[in-house]
Design a protein around this ligand. Sequence first.
Ligand SMILES: [Zn+2]
Length: 417
Amino acid sequence: MCALLVGLPDVNVIGVGDWPRWLRVVVETPTGRPDCSCGGVVHRHGIREVEFVDLPVFGRSTRLVWRKQRWRCTTCGRCWCDDNAEIATTRCALTTRAARWSTLHVGRNGRAVSDVARELGCGWHTVMDAVVAIGEQLIDHPDRIGDVNALGLDETLFARLGRFRTQSWSTQIVDVRRGQLLDVVPGRTAVEPCRWLAARPQAWRDRIEWATLDLSNSYRSVFDTMLPLAVQVADPFHVHRLAGTALDECRRRVQNETMGHRGRKDDPLDRIRRRLSIAAERLTGDQHDRLIGLLRAGDPRQEVWFAWNAKEVVRQTYAHTDPDLADEWVAEIVRDFADESMPIEVRRLGRTIAKWASQITAWHRSHVSNGPTEAVNNLAKRIKRVAFGLVNFRHHRVRCLLYAGKPDWTLLPTIQP
Ligand SMILES: [Zn+2]
């Protein structure tokens, strides 16, 4: 009955002790006399007791004490112990099943390591070491990364380190079609993503047709150098945001020039600051009239009015379904925004759009966005929140990939720490 409850293969339960902090289950593995490789005579050579952290039993923390038989060869003098990696390995302080269980909870369920450690009644590092040992085998499994048709890059802040809280960034490489995190590399420059792509086989890189990015120059250079055949697609959200920022900057400048101070709650431009960011078609007739009225009151040179229209025109780019029409539309935007009569923010927006024109209209042909990348980013941020911030990049990588990298969890019962 006892052996059944302990549930390990090929063990005899010798005893169970009730200790104040945990239950202590003592087991041994009955094996016949082994042979030595030299063919000599083998004798029993004492017992070695090794204690492992095991899964909780009936709500109590448990330690598994394994009384290992030591053997000694009288001919060559070699000594060794019974070993069974399915029970535990000496390199891991957790039993094999506890290590797998911890990986499942920390990795797939996104639990805090301290939380799991408390449940097992052991230290934080004991659990984290086991998660890294098993997790890296899962995430580095060659079958995890399949063929990729559309690749996305995005940055995340993963830690603030040192005395001056220097920001440490990491770049996430995402399969945009499947929403799978492929890998996490340190930094947000072009170097590490290039190195990662260079490590893939050429045939794998050639299969990538689309590359999505968030209007950042370093990721653009990654794609230019490593994936010259892939069509780059600028993410619509970031284009919208660019137009919104231009409008916001223009409003703040005009506010300052006309009133001589920052926006106060009775200033006309401050009263419409939220309404300016709403899409024009979602404004009711009443709201639209008030917007026009307040713009007339607070915007004598009509600069905010131009910036607002510029934002709407940029938004309408994505209303077109015909790619050729979108090409023309963007070309017209670039021409119109360069006009001398436009406020400086709109002219700057026009220059940025000109620089990214082919990437912006590529969206109309591919309809891939960086949305899945941002979704994966959100999962990574959840891991960071749960951990109250991560400092070690290796731990950050393992935990993000276990959570968002879609490893094959059915392999878990076959993996040993
Ligand atoms: Zn021997």
